[in-house]
Structure formats: structure tokens, C-alpha cells
Design a protein around this ligand. Structure first.
Ligand SMILES: Cc1cc2nc3c(=O)[nH]c(=O)nc-3n(C[C@H](O)[C@H](O)[C@H](O)COP(=O)(O)O)c2cc1C
Length: 329
């Protein structure tokens, strides 16, 4: 009798072994978090997320109705972080760094406009920005959001539009266009994220070999027609998170990100179905290695997608009613 058969016959032993495996994989999750979270190292992702966190904090200060001198400690912290970037990065920086420069410029501008007394932080910012004057300024800070703007699209039939999406498990074999993908990624980027840290990523799996790999390792593919299937892998960067209370934030953020992507696909005539990433730590590591997904990222979910077939059979997936879901407390 092999181990599987023994466990099948002994329920208590089976549950005990399951618990051991669960604890082992949770331990791996904790190790990954400790090894990659914001303060674990001073590498580019960690530094960029630190910038985004501070930018967000300063933007909230700038959105205050009763503006007064603020953010002295934050700008100091920001300069400290920005000084850690290597020179080759500064010559060709990513968006977070330019956002950092822009918010410092904005902060200084507000100080100047309000003729606030030049304190130590102000002088530091002025000195720091001297070397970065050539950078374009991104629209950071605050802006006036009007009721008119908020209600601009409220005449569309939103509820029925989102209700017209259904998970489909067969697709047409038309290749997904780059423009459609770009549109959907933009929709995903528009989703909210904790302190605007934008830690989610999406990978489109293109090679036949990697499509095969995912087809073999994903569990929930029963009932799928593989013809015309495209896979999108959604991940988040652990580097975006700074303390243990945030350890599960990545999953929530990626859920929002992925849903915006899926709704945009639907709008473009591309059907999809989420595939739960219910794999062991070992399988997860193997797949990340093969797909070249960095160690500091976690896979959250995979999506199978392709243009809608003319017709397909799909489960009704009837929903609970509003009273079962919503309670006024
Ligand atoms: C996180 C997540 C994981 C899912 N995993 C699978 C899966 O592995 N296989 C599958 O066929 N469907 C999967 N689904 C699709 C659900 O079965 C489907 O969303 C649900 O039945 C509701 O149907 P609808 O999407 O058509 O509204 C998943 C959905 C979500 C949100």
C-alpha cells in the first residue's frame, strides 16, 4: 500500500498530514514575505514602493482643505529614499521616481505660493531638486474633482453591462490584438490600490511551451476547450508592503486589478474565466522560475481568455439575493 492509499483509509491521519502541509506552505509564505517586504532590502522595487507610499501621504496633505505647513518629516524621508538609487537608474528612472521628484517640486511650490517660512526641510528640498531640474513634472498633488465629472457616465446601464459577463471556457481562435490588451491593462491600472502603491502585474503567457506548462499544472481546467486559449498570470510585488498587518493586502489589491481587467476584456469582446491558483509552494516556485516571474512576486490567480466563440454553453451560476448578502448593521 502506498502513502496515498494509507491516507485514504485513515481519515484522522489524512487530516493530520494535510495540516502539516498547510503549515509548511504558510511558513514558506512567511519566509517570502520576510525576505522581500519593503524594509527587507534596499533594492529598486522596495525603494520605488517606499517613494509611492510617501508621495501618497504628501498628496493627502495637499488635498487638505485647510492647507498649512505640513510634511516636513515626509519630505526628509523621501529624499533619504531617493538618495539610495544608483546613478544609472536616476538617468533613466521609472514612474515612481519621477513622481517623487514631482511631489517635491509641488511641495516646494506650495511653500513658495503661501510664503511659508523657509525651514530646514524646505532648504533640503531646494538643494535636492537642483540636480533634478530637467525632469518633467508629473501631475501629482491634488485636483478638484467635481460632482459633474463624477456623474459623467451615470446614464449607462452599468448593472446590466456587468451582468452580461459570464465565465466562458471555450474561445474563438482569433489572436488577441495588442491594442485590446493595452486597453485592458490600462483599465486594470485604473483600479485602486493601497496607498496607490500599484503593486499588481499581469503577464500574458505567449510561448506554446509555457501554455502547456500552465495547462498541466492548473487544477480547475476541467470542461475547458484549450483551442484558442490565452493565459494571463496576475501577481503582486511583496516589496510594496511594509508591515505584518499588510501580509494579505496583495491578494485583495490583485483581485480588484484583475476584475477591472476582466470587465475590460468583456467590453472588447474577449471572454475569460479565472482559474484559481491553488497550487503547492513547490509548484508555485517551479512555475515562477519557468515563467521568469521574480522571487519577490506572488502569483494570485490565472485567467484563461480569448475572443468569444459565436456560442458556448456555460454554467448558469445563479446568484444569492441582495437580502442574503447585505445587512444594515
Ligand atoms: C478566484 C476565482 C477562481 C476561479 N477558479 C476557477 C477554476 O479553477 N476553474 C473554473 O472553471 N472556473 C473558475 N472560476 C470561475 C467561477 O466558477 C465563476 O466565476 C463563477 O461560477 C461565477 O460565474 P460567472 O463568472 O459566469 O459569473 C473562478 C473564479 C474566481 C473568481
Amino acid at each position: 500500500m502506498n502513502l496515498k492509499e494509507i491516507l485514504k483509509k485513515n481519515d484522522r491521519l489524512r487530516r493530520f498530514v494535510k495540516c502539516v502541509k498547510i503549515k509548511k506552505d504558510f511558513k514558506r509564505d512567511a519566509k517570502d514575505f520576510c525576505g522581500n517586504y519593503m524594509e527587507a532590502k534596499s533594492e529598486i522595487p522596495q525603494l520605488e514602493y517606499s517613494i509611492l507610499l510617501i508621495v501618497h501621504s504628501l498628496e493627502k496633505g495637499l488635498s487638505s482643505k485647510k492647507l498649512r505647513p505640513f510634511g516636513n518629516e515626509k519630505v526628509k524621508e523621501l529624499i533619504q529614499v531617493m538618495n539610495k538609487f544608483p546613478i544609472n537608474y536616476i538617468e533613466n528612472p521609472n514612474t515612481p521616481f519621477i513622481m517623487g521628484v514631482s511631489i517635491l517640486k509641488k511641495w516646494k511650490q506650495v511653500f513658495d505660493e503661501n510664503r511659508w517660512e523657509e525651514n530646514e526641510s524646505y532648504k533640503n528640498v531646494k538643494k535636492f531638486l537642483k540636480h533634478l531640474e530637467s525632469y518633467d513634472m508629473y501631475p501629482v498633488g491634488s485636483f478638484r474633482y467635481t460632482l459633474k465629472e463624477a456623474l459623467k457616465y451615470n446614464n449607462i446601464d452599468y448593472l446590466n453591462a456587468i451582468k452580461s459577463r459570464h465565465s466562458v471556457r471555450e474561445f474563438s481562435d482569433k489572436k488577441i490584438s495588442k491594442d485590446d490588451i493595452k486597453y485592458c491593462v490600462e483599465a486594470a491600472i485604473a483600479s485602486p490600490s493601497a496607498c496607490n502603491r500599484q503593486m499588481c502585474k499581469v503577464y500574458q503567457v505567449s510561448s506554446h511551451e509555457n501554455i502547456e506548462l500552465l495547462s498541466n499544472v492548473i487544477m480547475g481546467l476541467g470542461g475547458f476547450e484549450k483551442k484558442g486559449i490565452n493565459y494571463f498570470v496576475f501577481t503582486y510585488d511583496i516589496a510594496a508592503f511594509s508591515f505584518y498587518g499588510e501580509r494579505n493586502q496583495g491578494y485583495f489589491n490583485t483581485g480588484l486589478f484583475a476584475m477591472n481587467f476582466v470587465n475590460a476584456l468583456h467590453f472588447k469582446g474577449i471572454g475569460s474565466c479565472f482559474l484559481q491558483w491553488a497550487n503547492t509552494a513547490k509548484e508555485d516556485e517551479m512555475v515562477r522560475k519557468k515563467l521568469n516571474i521574480p522571487n519577490g512576486e506572488r502569483i494570485v490567480v490565472v485567467l484563461a481568455a480569448g475572443y468569444y466563440a459565436d456560442e458556448t454553453l456555460c454554467p448558469c451560476s445563479y446568484r444569492k439575493n441582495v437580502d442574503e448578502i447585505y445587512k444594515l448593521i
